[in-house]
Design a protein around this ligand. Structure first.
Ligand code: NAD
Length: 295
């Protein structure tokens, strides 16, 4: 069993660290918020007094932080994890961040470093069913696999450093646009007298089928587990979707891609979040469309 340093015990990280403990690993944790550390220590982790201390002597070091600035600072800043960790330690970041920072940190770490962002949200983090999209050296990915499998169900090696973030941003750009247009279709059906269940029954078995429809249907009823049945309690928040769409636009721009549908999805989620929907599930975008505030 490995000794793992884990930094960032928020909504995702706390569950992921707990699943590493359940798998029998020794986990040393750090978060700048003490209240985030206590429940994970109660589950069996050891608290470190700094992120560098969590990395010392660890076989594996993992970060799960809000965004690129925190990730760069945690790995490369003063007292950073890259210097504090053992020369043979396996290093990985599971946060969703911009591709350029993921590549910069991997290059500056001076040894194999993986970007391993996740899909599956808080529910998947708790259940240990996350999907990991991994960028980096194949040998390091093979070493990481058993560790990632303690926190998730699928591990996909996407390519070199940054490829995991590219996959994550592409996935969420597709998901956001699909959810927005699925929501428009349900509102259009409502106004034209087509019952939501009938639209669902048709589209879930025809060419418009998508996870936005069958996994996260934006109207209550057809999919009992979807957030629409609980007043859009998240789930995956609209604020996080807006963050990922912003990163996706930045990546598209850097790559010279005119991602207009992604840009439109971002402008819809901007408006939804600015109107107070940031804490709602991203499928709550339908409430804005229903209210006619999309245009
Ligand atoms: P969160 O804000 O709940 O947790 C982040 C944690 O990092 C907080 O506890 C914070 O105190 C800690 N932190 C911040 N700076 C730190 C530092 N310098 N050192 C140590 N700790 C620090 O965020 P989250 O929802 O757990 O998400 C984490 C990452 O996972 C984000 O990049 C997010 O985009 C991504 N993600 C989240 C979800 C989701 O559903 N919540 C799904 C997929 C991916």
């Amino acid at each position: 069993m490995a000794r793992i340093g884990f930094v960032g015990l928020g909504r995702m990280g706390a569950h992921m660290a707990r699943n590493l403990l359940k798998a029998g690993h020794q986990v040393v944790v750090f978060d700048i918020v003490q209240a985030a550390v206590e429940p994970v220590v109660a589950a069996g982790a050891t608290a470190a007094f700094s992120s560098a201390a969590a990395a010392q002597d660890a076989d594996v070091v993992i970060t799960m932080l809000p965004a690129g600035a925190e990730v760069r600072d945690a790995w490369l800043g003063q007292g950073g994890l890259a210097k504090a960790s053992r020369a043979d330690a396996l290093l990985m970041d599971c946060s969703t961040i911009d591709v350029a920072t993921a590549r910069e940190v991997a290059a500056a770490a001076g040894r194999p470093f993986l970007d391993a962002p996740v899909s599956g949200g808080v529910v998947g983090a708790e259940a240990g069913t996350l999907t990991f999209m991994v960028g980096g050296d194949a040998e390091a990915v093979a070493r990481a696999k058993p560790i990632l499998e303690a926190m998730g169900r699928n591990v996909v090696h996407c390519g070199d450093a940054g490829a995991g973030q590219v996959a994550k941003l592409c996935n969420n750009m597709m998901l956001a646009a699909t959810m927005a247009v699925t929501s428009e279709a349900f509102v259009m059906a409502e106004r034209l007298g087509l019952p939501a269940q009938a639209l669902f029954d048709v589209c879930s078995k025809s060419t418009a089928m998508s996870w936005a429809l069958v996994g996260s249907c934006p109207v209550a009823g057809p999919v009992p587990t979807s957030a629409a049945n609980r007043d859009f309690a998240p789930g995956f928040t609209a604020a996080l979707m807006r963050k990922d769409l912003t990163l996706a636009q930045q990546a598209a721009k850097d790559a010279g891609v005119d991602a207009q549908v992604g840009a439109l999805a971002l402008s819809l989620f901007d408006r939804f979040v600015e109107g107070g929907g940031g804490g709602k599930d991203f499928s709550g975008i339908i409430t804005m469309i229903r209210a006619g505030k999309a245009g």
